[in-house]
Design a protein around this ligand. Structure first.
Ligand SMILES: CC(C)(COP(=O)(O)OP(=O)(O)OC[C@H]1O[C@@H](n2cnc3c(N)ncnc32)[C@H](O)[C@@H]1OP(=O)(O)O)[C@@H](O)C(=O)NCCC(=O)NCCS
Length: 177
């Protein structure tokens, strides 16, 4: 259905060290607004809880050679209301950006959410000034539901946070083919 510029595989314990390194990079910590530096030991306890949590599914983006290039996740999966939050999207190394990894991974995750989890709405939060990410989400078909004005203090000032969403209905299916 989609070109296979990237494959998604479930996050494994062995990935934690690399993911912690990726998440500590400056633009990732700014994009995710991590309050504390992500440490390997912190990741270990997070992973134990993650394994028991059926509402959180995290994946590693792998290139054609099987090398991990980033992450993506569905969190707060709410089966009753058929919705989930889209998050933790990161293409870690700047040399890998602009190659379509995030687009391909997002399309695969949305299709997985629709066809395997039977979700009908996916939403996300993004800092309004993160132009690359906002552009990507608009290209995928997400629309802005609302803006939380001056919602977080980071980068030396108050930042707006956008909530965006997409409905995985027949119009999305047509677009994704
Ligand atoms: C946002 C991010 C995931 C995009 O990853 P990517 O693999 O480079 O994205 P793609 O190559 O699939 O590009 C997808 C779209 O993003 C937008 N984009 C990518 N690079 C861009 C740039 N430098 N300027 C503006 N838009 C850009 C474009 O719309 C592009 O689509 P197009 O090439 O058809 O125009 C990546 O930049 C990243 O990891 N950033 C840091 C973490 C982050 O901000 N995550 C999102 C948190 S909400």
């Amino acid at each position: 259905m989609f070109d296979s510029v990237v494959n998604l595989r479930p996050l494994e314990r062995d990935d934690l060290e690399l993911v912690a390194l990726w998440r500590r990079s400056s633009d990732a910590s700014l994009a995710f607004l991590s309050p504390d530096p992500i440490t390997v030991s912190g990741q270990g306890s997070w992973y134990e809880a993650y394994l028991k949590d059926k509402t959180d599914m995290m994946f590693v983006l792998c290139d054609a050679d099987g090398h991990g290039v980033g992450t993506i996740a569905l969190v707060d999966i709410d089966y009753r209301n058929q919705k989930a939050e889209f998050g933790r999207l990161l293409v870690a190394d700047s040399v890998n950006r602009g190659k379509g990894f995030a687009t391909a991974a997002s399309l695969q995750l949305l299709e997985f959410a629709r066809s395997q989890l039977h979700l009908s709405k996916i939403y996300l939060y993004v800092i309004g000034s993160n132009a690359r990410a906002v552009k990507l989400y608009e290209k995928l078909g997400f629309h802005i539901e609302g803006c939380f004005d001056r919602d977080v203090f980071a980068q030396g000032g108050w930042l707006d946070v956008l909530r965006m969403s997409i409905f995985l209905d027949s119009s999305w299916e047509r677009r994704s083919r």
